[in-house]
Design a protein around this ligand. Structure first.
Ligand SMILES: Nc1ncnc2c1ncn2[C@@H]1O[C@H](COP(=O)(O)OP(=O)(O)OP(=O)(O)O)[C@@H](O)[C@H]1O
Ligand SMILES: [Mg+2]
Length: 438
């Protein structure tokens, strides 16, 4: 069954198509709606508040509009609707509305926003460190000239208030770098607030970022958004290339004048927030495909930092190996064991194979420790190349349509240091014999 409600009206506002899911959202059955005028079925609406009637009146689409309402069964439902005019031979003949039920996601995001506000506000008032940076530059392991250059640039950027764009393949340490920049900046005693832009539908992301005023939509509370919570500190917008262009334009305005307006509120508020954004694709590709607005790019990429993938700095592998073996053996309270010689030879003897994008496995766990398997060589359990990309579930669907990076098409771009870290962690945690190793 289609999980989006579809509602089509003719030019007079009479419903001609109304699917089961639309009925579920509204608490009605299609029979109660089809053939009747909108205002007859939904008497609380008016020509000014009904999106379908507005589209019929203007001929203009209303994209990604969030709505919270009590449906006919008395359930409180939040949907994100996109309403489009239907033209036939240049003539407006009707309108279609596609609505997605995001009630649960909305509830959870409200809860997260509430928790974030509770977490950040009282402490920041007391003036205690609320920086929230989990990493510093010391945690960013790598001596390769590319890493040294990156750290120098990032340190210089940390001293300023300039927006920063960090880009690089997944797992190259973008988030780590953002934390390090915040920790090294004069804002380190103020919050570092992070939000993944791919994780939430459009309307929810907007209200989470900008906050809401009571009554801005049914059930909305007076709540600060992440810009306000990050006041004086840093707001990290991960996967900015997933943000809808309309919201990117609003972000651009904040970058220009530092002013935000909560949803449903008339007055603006001044905020002092340093923005750091990241993308997992090259800015040129994001710009070319329209996933990143060029006007936003020029504003945000005042400092653009590229995270070099591990395959371009293979000389860092021994350092990272040491780092992760130390870290995980300390964390697990186990003695540190050296790497298996076969594994060591695999990476150090053939650095070309220690590339990121070619390390491809359905999951790090499976490749580091296939459950129940006791045979096979150490190498065969490494995160090696060639497994087809497998992405399912919510994360996969969320990212569907954005397409893989060109260089990783068909493969999951497995994290570099991240993958190595998880693998070496398991090396510390479990004896070789249990893995059926040599
Ligand atoms: N240079 C590095 N030094 C030490 N650890 C690293 C380095 N790069 C990555 N890591 C490890 O890999 C993990 C993943 O890195 P991080 O989350 O910063 O990657 P990312 O680029 O943000 O990935 P994604 O695009 O998937 O969000 C980190 O928690 C860290 O443990
Ligand atoms: Mg990240």
């Amino acid at each position: 069954m289609i999980d989006e409600g579809i509602h089509v009206v003719d030019r007079n506002g009479v419903t001609v198509l109304y699917n089961q899911q639309a009925g579920q959202n509204d608490g009605l059955s299609p029979e109660e709606v089809i053939g009747r005028h909108l205002l007859e079925v939904f008497p609380s609406l008016t020509p000014a508040t009904s999106t379908l009637l507005k589209v019929l009146a203007t001929g203009k689409p209303i994209p990604a509009h969030e709505q919270t309402f009590a449906n006919y069964k008395g359930q409180r439902v939040t949907t994100i609707n996109s309403t489009l005019p239907i033209f036939h031979e240049g003539e407006l003949v009707g309108a279609i509305e596609v609505s997605k039920d995001v009630t649960r996601v909305r509830e959870l995001s409200e809860r997260v926003a509430g928790l974030q506000a509770a977490l950040l506000r009282p402490r920041s008032r007391r003036g205690a460190p609320v920086g929230g940076a989990r990493y510093t530059f010391d945690d960013l392991v790598g001596d390769h000239p590319a890493m040294q250059r990156l750290k120098e640039q990032a340190l210089r950027a940390a001293a300023t208030d300039s927006p920063v764009l960090v880009y690089g393949e997944t797992g190259t340490g973008k988030e780590l770098l953002v934390h390090a920049i915040h920790a090294a900046s004069p804002r380190r005693h103020r919050p570092l607030v992070a939000q993944n832009c791919a994780a939430l539908p459009e309307g929810l992301l907007e209200s989470l970022l900008f906050g809401t005023a009571r009554g801005s939509f049914t059930g909305a509370e007076d709540r600060p958004g992440l810009f306000e919570l990050a006041d004086g500190g840093t707001l990290y917008l991960d996967e900015i290339n997933s943000m809808q262009p309309e919201l990117q334009a609003k972000l651009l305005r904040v970058l220009q004048d530092g002013r935000i307006r909560r949803l449903g509120e008339a007055t603006e508020r001044q905020v002092d927030v340093r923005i750091i954004a990241s993308t997992n694709e090259e800015p040129a590709a994001a710009l070319a495909s329209g996933r990143l607005r060029s006007d936003l790019y020029y504003r945000i990429a005042v400092v653009a930092l590229e995270m070099p993938p591990l395959r371009r700095r293979a000389s860092d592998i021994p350092l990272l190996t040491d780092h992760f073996l130390d870290k995980h053996s300390a964390r697990l309270g186990l003695p540190r064991r050296p790497l298996h010689p076969e594994v060591e030879a695999f990476f150090s003897g053939t650095p070309g194979r220690a590339t990121c994008a070619s390390w491809s496995t359905p999951s790090r766990r499976r490749c580091s420790w296939p459950p129940g398997r006791r045979s096979g060589s150490a190498i065969s359990r490494l995160p090696c190349s060639g497994q087809p990309r497998r992405r399912s579930g919510a994360a996969g669907r969320m990212r569907a349509g954005r397409g893989p990076l060109p260089q990783t098409r068909g493969f999951r771009p497995v994290s570099c240091a991240a993958s190595w870290r998880s693998w070496s962690g398991r090396r510390c945690g479990r004896p070789w014999r249990r893995r059926g190793g040599t």
